[in-house]
Design a binder for this molecule. Structure first.
Ligand code: ADP
Length: 481
């Protein structure tokens, strides 16, 4: 099994995909799966521990490009990692700089995909399955079924966020070396352009995404980003597997960022975390004030317009709000203005701060995620583990991980948070009011906390599901098109 990915922690990261590709191979290896990984050798990756193992020559249109494959390892050496090194990746950014994509991203990732397959042709190790991730590696399934048919590999393509598809001008299509019959609506063409993810969706043996609900949602017009029709065609081969979290970094019992650690049996440390957080953020120090936290990229996806619309009501009821994030200047201005108007009740930190993210997860009573869409989501899982009750919108991974508190779910012990459906401020406020009322009932609140803290969101659980899926792909008959 070979993981083909544009990013993996600790080598290179711009999003959650890197966490998946840094953690899942290790979890699979622990279950006895023989797994290796291949990714680009970006500029920031230290070369000293890597050794060259192969050279590749790749045609792109009429030109021939050269690259070297370097070998290193993930974890304590248990997962070998191949890095494709070439001029294309010797840049400060992974995909662009200062918010602008590199104009030759199609060439860069076509080069990467072909380099992986050229390298595999000569490698004595023969993976039976290639697990590809996002648009950057979506050409691999296309090439395997067109110009690399001699390689007997099956493919899984995981979509981490459908909003990113790798769409390019049609003039660049010839660089791919694919038959022109593929630049049609039945192939990679998408509204007159080239769409690499669409190619992967059509050609991969199996598709996955990062939660069962998101797997359903992306087949609808609302969430499908224009690819819902193609995804519906592959509906029989599309599965959702929820991401895991790093349960060693995110563990309230040992988390070094917290002023005091705590466990499910003794939540005393959590009260200390709340007090210290209020002090750190210049909020009024008050054990009884309902403290709502949020750590997020400040982008439209995250439902920040709903939050802004209900904050006044939260403050009028004596609540507090701690927000950590960076992103769109529009939100910087909006929330800075709020923070000025509500000193002592609203704290804003426009920064990326790992330590503070941990302290908000631990110190807040409630964690807010009113997202428009959320493929998997990590913060609600951290919250559950930290005994901080999530208030979330019923979408994607949020719908799969947070159980709404109702008389029934309370009675059977499954309730872990507060969930609302409609994307509007009233629906969010209704859920938050229910949370505030529950907060007054200490024993009820404690039951919610314990149910969340007992959940299993480890990579081990996810990797067992992936293993089952891999077995299924290898048994599958024939092709797809
Ligand atoms: P997304 O992948 O859409 O950004 P997730 O909830 O899946 O949303 O993951 C976000 C991750 O990034 C979490 O680990 C969160 O704690 C972290 N994060 C986001 N913004 C910040 C920030 N400003 N400071 C620290 N961590 C952040």
């Amino acid at each position: 099994m070979l993981f083909c990915t544009p990013e993996a922690t600790p080598f290179a990261k711009t999003g959650g995909l890197a966490d998946v590709c840094g953690s899942l191979p290790l979890a699979l290896s622990r279950l006895g799966c023989e797994v290796r990984l291949v990714m680009p050798a970006y500029l920031g990756i230290p070369r000293s521990a890597l050794r060259p193992v192969a050279r590749v020559h790749i045609p792109l249109g009429d030109a021939l490009y050269e690259g070297t494959v370097l070998e290193g390892a993930l974890g304590n050496g248990e997962v070998p990692v191949y890095f494709v090194d070439a001029q294309f990746f010797h840049r400060p950014g992974l995909y662009g700089e200062e918010g602008k994509d590199y104009p030759d991203n199609l060439a860069r990732f076509a080069f990467f995909c072909r380099a992986v397959l050229e390298f595999l042709k000569d490698l004595p190790w023969h993976p039976d399955l290639l697990h590809c991730h996002d648009w950057q590696t979506a050409l691999i399934p296309v090439y395997l079924k067109t110009i690399y048919t001699e390689l007997p590999c099956r493919t899984v393509l995981t979509i981490h966020n459908l909003a990113y598809q790798g769409v390019f001008p049609p003039e660049q299509f010839p660089l791919l070396g694919l038959p022109s019959s593929l630049l049609t609506v039945e192939g990679l063409e998408f509204w007159g352009k080239v769409n690499l993810l669409k190619g992967g969706i059509l050609f991969a043996d199996v598709l996955t995404t990062v939660s069962p609900t998101y797997a359903q949602e992306i087949q609808t017009e609302e969430f499908g980003c224009g690819l819902e029709g193609v995804l519906r065609k592959r509906s029989q081969d599309l599965f959702g597997i929820l991401n895991g979290i790093d349960t060693t970094t995110w563990d309230p019992a040992v988390d070094p960022y917290l002023p005091q650690n705590y466990t499910i049996d003794d939540l005393g440390g959590k009260a200390v975390c709340k007090r210290v957080l209020q002090e750190e953020l210049c909020l009024n120090v008050d054990e009884e004030a309902f403290l709502v936290g949020m750590v997020t990229r400040l982008v439209e996806q995250k439902g920040l317009d709903l939050v802004a619309a209900i904050l006044g009501r939260l403050f009028s009821k004596g609540g507090q709000f701690a927000l950590l994030g960076i992103g769109d200047p529009r939100y910087h201005d909006l929330f800075s203005d709020m923070a000025r108007r509500y000193p002592g009740q609203m704290a804003l930190r426009l920064a990326f701060d790992e330590g503070l993210a941990h302290r908000i997860e631990a110190g807040a009573d409630c964690f807010l995620m009113p997202s428009r869409y959320e493929p998997s989501g990590l913060n609600q899982l951290y919250s559950l583990r930290y005994g901080t009750i999530p208030v979330v919108r019923r979408t994607g991974g949020l719908a799969d991980t947070v159980v709404d508190c109702t008389p029934k779910t309370l009675a059977n012990g499954t309730a872990t948070g507060f969930v609302f459906d409609r994307y509007d401020p009233e629906a969010l406020w209704e859920a938050l009011e229910r949370a505030m009322a529950a907060f007054q009932d200490k024993s009820l609140w404690r039951r919610l906390q314990e149910a969340g803290m007992r959940g299993d969101f480890s990579w081990e659980r996810a990797s067992r599901q992936y293993l089952q899926l891999y077995a299924r792909v290898l048994k599958k008959e024939g092709g797809n098109l």
